[in-house]
Ligand binder design. Structure first.
Ligand code: PMP
Length: 425
């Protein structure tokens, strides 16, 4: 049994301890970030040693896979949500729901931030997206709708299938009974779930939903300028600072176009001589648009199974329609490089073997384009090329990093492709 004196002693001790632990910690803003949003951005630039040493040219990758949501898309999701809150389209912790059509990365980024701000998320994606992305979304509590009628629409945007109304119509069951707003349009989902009302001039249709306060927000990354802004205000300035302005070329792939448009425009605003090029997977129309001014090249597409379709194992880049963010990129694109699936696969395996870098498919495309650019220019020294390492290989186990899958798809896994290119004159 405890004596009264011991009891008092213990109580005093406890009080001292609690006083100590309750003392507010002074957060050093340079050492501690506030919540998950604080982990987004300010990613390091990593020198790709194998390629840089082989080429004599500095090849630097922006390590976007280090973002908390695992990809470059965290920046965009944060900017879109912050901007929507500023405009009163979303209010934290009021049961609002965010909707987005995406191949996964943007959805994961939105779901991550949404959790921290008390929003629900509905993500609409094609059926054939790598399964680990769906798992990540589900773990983050997002509602996943995978059954688009034209399942590849959200991924590649065939012009007749990805128009916004199509995508939003696919979401309509989920929207009910939310008041639905996006930066480019607003609408009310009426009580009849089959019926959607768009408003052509962008003003709200109707007045409130049955449940009154709940709001829906269509993030709309393809058309939303916050996407561009995230890179113009973040990725671009970071690269400029990290290289002390000594960057000659910026290379990126384009899915929505936000990365290349925002980063490229910022870099050109600092130095108009900076060369901007895109890495474009097979079947995407951007390469032709940049090279020849037209998105679709009949001759090239006639031989393929389905015209206008980007049929590639690469996820996240390639597009066949002009979006607002692509439009912002077009004036600053100096060149484009076509990257085959075999080249992207070879590059990814080469980087693991020589650098210990385990990267996703779009990162591999970007680095392949860097090498092609250096070879095309004949550069052998004194240049710095920066590109984006969009996400890690862990997002791609079921397709791009699945050798069985590649064999079935008849995509070779051959590192020699890279060795030969590096050794070529
Ligand atoms: N890589 C990955 C893995 C992506 O998810 C995306 C976004 N679709 C991109 C690259 C392309 O970025 P952006 O949309 O800014 O063109």
């Amino acid at each position: 049994s405890t004596s009264f004196a011991q009891y008092l002693q213990q109580r005093k001790l406890k009080r001292q301890i609690s006083k100590f632990t309750a003392r507010p910690i002074e957060l050093r803003s340079d050492e501690v970030v506030r919540g998950v949003a604080g982990l987004i951005g300010n990613t390091p630039l990593v020198r790709i040693n194998s390629l840089s040493d082989a080429l004599g040219v500095e090849i630097l990758g922006k390590a976007e896979f280090l973002n908390p949501g695992g990809s470059v898309k965290d920046r965009v999701a944060l900017q879109m949500i912050d901007d929507a809150e500023r405009r009163g389209l979303l209010r934290p912790h009021t049961g609002s729901r965010i909707f987005e059509g995406t191949v996964g990365s943007t959805g994961i980024s939105i779901a991550t931030i949404a959790r921290a701000r008390g929003y629900d998320t509905t993500i609409i994606m094609p059926d054939d997206v790598a399964a680990e992305k769906v798992k990540a979304l589900e773990a983050l509590g997002a509602e996943v709708e995978r059954n688009l009628a034209r399942q590849r629409a959200a991924k590649f945007g065939e012009p007749d299938s990805i128009d916004k109304s199509d995508l939003t119509c696919k979401t309509h069951q989920h929207l009910h009974p939310y008041t639905f707003e996006s930066p480019s349009q607003s609408m009310l989902v009426t009580s009849a779930p089959q019926h959607l009302e768009f408003d052509s001039d962008g003003s709200e249709v109707g007045s409130g939903s049955e449940q009154g306060e709940q709001r829906g927000f269509f993030a709309d990354q393809f058309e939303n300028k916050s996407n561009f802004d995230a890179h113009f205000a973040g990725t671009g300035p970071e690269i400029w600072r990290q290289t002390s302005g000594r960057v000659d070329t910026f290379v990126a792939g384009a899915g929505t176009g936000g990365t290349v448009a925002g980063t490229g425009q910022y870099l050109k605003s600092m130095n108009e001589d900076i060369y901007v090029a895109i890495a474009d997977p097979e079947g995407s129309g951007l390469y032709n648009k940049v090279k020849y001014g037209v998105m679709f090249d009949r001759k090239e597409s006639e031989g393929t199974k389905r015209r206008h379709q980007v049929d590639t194992v690469v996820e996240g880049i390639g597009i066949n329609r002009l979006t607002q963010n692509i439009e912002l990129a077009l004036p600053i694109l100096d060149d484009a490089f076509r990257i085959t699936d075999a080249e992207a696969v070879a590059m990814s395996r080469y980087l693991v073997k020589h650098d210990g870098l385990f990267l996703g498919s779009s990162s591999a495309c970007n680095l392949m384009a860097c090498v092609k650019l250096v070879k095309q220019k004949g550069w052998t020294e004194g240049k710095t090329i920066v590109t984006i390492l969009c996400d890690s290989g862990t997002r791609h186990y079921s397709k791009f990093w699945n050798d069985d899958y590649l064999r079935k798809a008849e995509i070779p896994i051959d590192i020699q492709i890279i060795e030969d290119l590096l050794a070529s004159p």
